[in-house]
Ligand binder design. Structure first.
Ligand code: GDP
Ligand code: MG
Length: 333
């Protein structure tokens, strides 16, 4: 009996301790969305002159920005980026109104990522390819936040450095974003043709999705990976609510208005920032669509079993932070 009492007392102390730590950590991270450790600086490697640093609150001056987070990607980045540049150049040569930039965010890589990235800036000019150096490793979420905040596009696409999604799939996302934005702008009547419509000003988000590949993946992957995946889906459901089948795909497009709202609020810095984006979209009532994209599993993934406890921890912090109001959502933009 006494032993039972001891177990119960210890469990209660443990749970209270855990709750205390969660609250403390959520409180500590309450201003993560305003965090600036190093300012974004764009430099022309040819003239060594600094280029003015744009901000997402400024009006757009390009049609599309591609934001690529890169952590130790000296091997995977060059091939994927070259293919992307060829696509963008071809499109621009066919359509003079198509303007673009690529923003590579080097997240404290310790290999030659920085060198590789600056080679692209040299080759394509700082107007087309830019690099933000975060200095030390913060996480994919933080890298994307920083890239989004300093982009110039009407549309902003985040994509992985390994080229897991075919770059031409951006057109699928683009078509969907345009269709939804026009509908939103005309309040459900897509037939209108208002010259004042600007895609950058209507908050809309489109997620690339691998949900259509799930059945095949379930059949071919090890049972424990499937178990972990289902578990993760459940945690996501509890944290952000239902509606999105694949929150984690690395290929997502935002209108400038949506990016302004979302990336001036997002606080999670590592793998679960995507789930926070879903939560924020729901809060702001920003429409999200999921569009199937091609996806190749590229060897060299940095997500591993050790990432899982961190994911669950971040989702816990997020749920507590927003639900008890320590993480305030700013709606000023
Ligand atoms: N900024 C940043 N990006 C990361 C980090 N880890 C991975 N990435 C980037 O996230 C993208 C996807 O990473 P990957 O390892 O291929 O993950 P997976 O495809 O989801 O298994 C790539 O662009 C990586 O460079 C990190 O710690 N920081
Ligand atoms: Mg990958």
């Amino acid at each position: 009996m006494e032993f039972m009492c001891l177990i119960v007392t210890l469990s209660v102390i443990l749970v209270l301790g855990l709750v205390f730590v969660i609250f403390l950590e959520a409180y500590r991270r309450r201003n993560n969305h305003q965090h600036i450790e190093v300012p974004a600086i764009f430099e022309d490697p040819n003239s060594l002159k600094q280029v003015p640093c744009p901000h997402v609150v400024d009006p757009a001056s390009k049609y599309i920005s591609l934001i690529i987070p890169a952590f130790n990607e000296e091997h995977r980045l060059p091939g994927a980026l070259e293919e992307t540049m060829i696509y963008l150049q071809q499109r621009a040569s066919k359509d003079p109104s198509f303007s673009y930039e690529v923003v590579i965010v080097d997240d404290g890589s310790v290999d030659g990522t920085k060198r590789v990235a600056f080679e692209f800036v040299r080759k394509y000019t700082v107007d087309k390819v830019r690099v933000i150096l975060l200095g030390r490793n913060h996480g994919k979420g933080e890298a994307i936040r920083k890239g989004m905040l300093h982009s110039r596009g009407e549309l902003l696409l985040m994509l992985d450095a390994d080229g897991a999604t075919k770059i031409t799939d951006l057109e699928k996302l683009e078509n969907q974003i345009r269709a939804v934005a026009e509908k939103e702008f005309h309040h459900g009547d897509s037939s209108g043709n208002d010259p004042s419509f600007r895609i950058s000003d209507t908050p809309v988000v489109v997620f690339g999705s691998r949900a259509h590949l799930e059945e095949k993946a379930l059949a071919t992957r090890k049972w424990y990976r499937n178990f972990l995946m289902k578990g993760f889906h459940l945690v996501v459901l509890l944290a952000a609510g239902p509606g999105i089948r694949d929150t984690q795909c690395g290929f997502k497009m935002f209108t400038r208005a949506a990016a302004r709202k979302l990336f001036s609020n997002v606080r999670l810095k590592r793998w679960c920032f995507d789930v926070e984006l879903v939560f924020l979209c729901k809060w702001f009532r920003i429409p999200i669509s999921e569009i199937s994209v091609n996806w190749s599993e590229i060897p060299g993934s940095k997500v591993n079993l050790l990432s899982i406890p961190n994911m669950v921890w971040e989702l816990l912090l997020m749920s507590v932070g927003y639900r008890i109001g320590i993480w305030r959502i700013s709606n000023s933009t």
